[in-house]
Design a protein around this ligand. Structure first.
Ligand SMILES: Cc1ncc(COP(=O)(O)O)c(C=O)c1O
Ligand SMILES: [Zn+2]
Length: 412
């Protein structure tokens, strides 16, 4: 029997068939995937998961596909690093970094959502993959489409970092730079999606795509020895990732793999684009769209699709939200690099900066099992730190010159 029973409207509960639909025709609410958890519970155990592939597909039973995984077979199962040095610096005993800087194949957590979205798109008979992206999603769609032999169009704002643009072109998709913000890109893509039979992973395939983010909760719980963390810190653009981490933890309870979840879900944004964090800090359950201006381009969504649900999640879980300036983002990147040897992109700087603020405010405590989600790789956003990392020492190939620069062995 199919584990996925319907798409269901998050607002009015109307159910739809599991096709390429994303908006409720009655109330325009977003659709999400509904599962038959009792059946999944009988099928899934800690042992069956541990015997599964070393990828996110070990959680196939809780992912929205009908057949076998077909695209993105190696995404997920990234390291959960016990960040003892950063923890000591911040005064935390049990700080962990979920390191999606090293996700396969394009070095961000978007490899998770794309593996799921394109496997589902293939099941629904699509031959062209597309997306509206702040950078990382485009890289991942382009790479996975190349591997899957699909036609591909990626749409990005025209001001992205060089490595993110190159990280599309190398896979030979049609790369469309739109003169405007991500929100302009997204609006255009919604119009195109209405005209063409393409799998826009975060438009018409969005309910399936978003489910891929749950694997960041599943893996963390497994890697902690089947425990839910006390606190998570999650970067937000559309807010989808944050809501899906919460959904994923609860699903593990529903299928009997966790006994309880008391995780506080904390959201992180850049001050130059913080519609969700600002609403939270003002005690509002709705946000005001903004025009982004920040070095954290991957998080630069001024009108976040899941902003309302992200606010609800943080509130319900007892978590919080914070934002950081561009300088604090750079400091966050260098602090993580210096203490843990992990080079994160600007979104990682946002997470670390916000983590630091939440600790200072006393909201995250010394003994809390805390997971900081580091979702993208620093080699893609070199522009952010190139002026603050110094220069190499340049010397001729001469021992004398070397010793002149660094002193002699044994010298004080
Ligand atoms: C590196 C990185 N982290 C986090 C996010 C936030 O994702 P979401 O839109 O699900 O909030 C993005 C989105 O593009 C991203 O690229
Ligand atoms: Zn509805």
């Amino acid at each position: 029997m199919a584990k996925m029973t319907a798409l269901i409207c998050r607002e009015c509960g109307k159910e739809y068939p599991t096709e390429a639909l994303h908006v409720c025709e009655l109330c325009f609410g977003p659709l999400e995937v509904k599962y038959r958890y009792e059946d999944i519970k009988g099928r899934m155990s800690k042992a069956s998961i541990q015997d599964g592939p070393m990828s996110l597909w070990r959680y196939k039973d809780l992912l929205p596909i009908e057949g076998h995984p077909a695209v993105g077979l190696h995404a997920g199962m990234t390291p959960l690093v016990h960040a003892k040095n950063l923890g000591a610096f911040l005064g935390l005993d049990e700080l962990y970094v979920k390191n999606d800087c090293v996700n396969h194949p394009t070095l961000s957590f978007k490899d998770r959502v794309v593996a799921v979205a394109l496997t589902r798109a293939r099941e629904l008979g699509y031959e062209t993959a597309a997306c509206a992206s702040t950078g990382n999603l485009a890289n991942s769609v382009a790479a996975h489409a190349a591997q899957a032999g699909m036609q591909c169009y990626v749409f990005i704002p025209s001001d992205l970092e060089a490595a993110k643009v190159l990280g599309n072109l190398i896979f030979r998709p049609k790369v469309v730079e739109v003169e405007g913000t991500y929100d302009d890109v997204n609006r255009l893509c919604s119009e195109i999606a209405g005209e063409r039979r393409w799998a826009f992973v975060n438009v018409n395939i969005r309910p399936y795509y978003a489910e891929g983010s749950k694997t960041l909760a599943f893996e963390v719980a497994e890697q902690l020895g089947w425990r839910a963390p006390d606190q998570v810190v999650v970067p937000m653009a559309s807010g989808s990732l944050l809501t899906k981490i919460w959904k994923g933890l609860h699903e593990l309870c529903l299928v009997g793999l966790l006994r309880s979840v008391r995780t506080k879900v904390n959201g992180a944004q850049a001050e130059g684009c913080s519609p969700i964090a600002t609403a939270f800090k003002n005690g509002r359950d709705f946000f005001k769209p903004v025009k982004p201006s920040t070095i954290a381009k991957s998080l630069a969504i001024g009108n976040p699709a899941d902003g309302y649900y992200a606010l609800k999640t943080a509130t319900e879980s007892g978590g919080s939200m914070e934002s950081v300036t561009d300088d604090e983002i750079k400091e966050g990147i260098t602090l993580l690099a210096r203490t843990e040897g992990i080079f994160a992109e600007t979104a990682g700087g946002v997470t670390v900066g916000v983590l630091q603020k939440l600790v200072k405010r006393g909201l995250i405590k010394k003994h809390d099992v805390t997971v900081a989600y580091i979702t993208g790789n620093g080699l893609k956003t070199q522009e952010a730190v190139v002026d603050s990392v110094g220069r190499p020492f340049r010397i001729p190939p001469s021992l004398a010159k070397f010793e002149h620069t660094f002193g002699r062995q044994g010298a004080a």
